[in-house]
Design a binder for this molecule. Structure first.
Ligand SMILES: Cc1cc2nc3c(=O)[nH]c(=O)nc-3n(C[C@H](O)[C@H](O)[C@H](O)COP(=O)(O)OP(=O)(O)OC[C@H]3O[C@@H](n4cnc5c(N)ncnc54)[C@H](O)[C@@H]3O)c2cc1C
Ligand code: FES
Length: 256
């Protein structure tokens, strides 16, 4: 199915890691099967001084046909989304972006690494990889226990979760890259989180010669390839993260 503008009804609100978790029911066309892990939606926030839609990752598409979004309230748009109640509607443009490559993972091991709202796209990715017959380890990093509270309940039970916090208040005390799980062998590594985390994961993958994909969160405006404000410098030149990403093989990026 092609890109569409669609209303969704908020049917549940919860929180995880200090973020707002919205469960959305599609109105009109109920089919969400065309959405793949790593894609994002552009959310309309009808708040004062918010002109443009905001990009938010697809956190999950549940087997019973709900779309889950995880939103960190940091500015006018995300605070407005956070203030919405069960029964309110949200207007989305979807599905956008390329998504993660989950091909050839049957019977293989995947490592998923995330932090902050970068955890969001890994939830749907873990569901897809385990359904495809992959074994999935997930390493989640946060500053303290509050950043990872409730995150475990988002993931499919088959996934193996490992947590690290900067202050040691929950899980392993240290950076996510110092978790034991991190040193095992994997067919592919997937990462979404703060840029320093993604660069550290990319460097580790490169050293080990492991295939690695990262999901970038460059600032976006149109989300459709028209305004060029989300450009990333790559080995193929300057390209739009909104249409050719947000997921990139690290070999494509000019990261040291
Ligand atoms: C592909 C993609 C997926 C995303 N997925 C999620 C998600 O699942 N959940 C979520 O909460 N957020 C996500 N974001 C970030 C989200 O789009 C921004 O936080 C949001 O646009 C901020 O809008 P605002 O009006 O609330 O804040 P603004 O007032 O626009 O910004 C508040 C502050 O956040 C900074 N900021 C805004 N956008 C970004 C960004 N992309 N990266 C880093 N800093 C930013 C601004 O510079 C400013 O300092 C994603 C971004 C991208 C590009
Ligand atoms: S956000 Fe406009 S081109 Fe990517």
């Amino acid at each position: 199915m092609s890109k569409r503008i669609q209303d969704f009804k908020i049917v549940n609100k919860a929180s995880a890691g200090g973020n707002c978790l919205l469960t959305l029911l599609p109105l009109g066309t109920p089919d969400l099967h065309d959405i793949t892990p790593g894609q994002f939606v552009q959310v309309q926030a009808l708040a004062p001084e918010v002109l443009l839609r905001r990009p938010i990752s697809v956190c999950d598409v549940t087997p019973d046909g709900h779309l889950i979004l995880m939103v960190k309230p940091i500015g006018n748009a995300t605070r407005h989304i956070d203030s919405l109640a069960v029964g309110d509607t949200l207007n989305l443009v979807l599905p956008l972006g390329n998504g993660f490559d989950t091909s050839d993972m049957q019977g293989r091991r995947a490592l998923l690494v995330g932090g902050g709202v970068g955890v969001a796209p890994l939830v749907f990715l873990a569901r897809a990889l385990t359904a495809a017959g992959a074994s999935v380890d997930i390493c989640i990093g946060g500053r303290s226990a509050a950043d990872i509270a409730g995150i475990d309940s988002l993931f499919v039970p088959d996934a193996h979760l490992h947590f690290a916090t900067d202050d040691g208040s929950a899980g392993h005390h240290g950076l996510v890259t110092s978790l034991n799980a991190f040193s095992a062998d994997y067919h592919r590594i997937y990462c979404c989180g703060p840029t320093p985390m993604m660069k550290a994961v990319a460097a580790s993958a490169r050293n080990r010669g492991t295939d690695c994909f990262v999901s970038l969160e460059n600032m976006m405006a149109c989300g459709l390839g028209a305004c060029l404000c989300c450009i990333e410098k790559t080995v193929r030149g300057n390209i739009c993260v909104c249409t050719e990403g947000p997921v990139f093989n690290i070999n494509q990026l000019l990261w040291n």
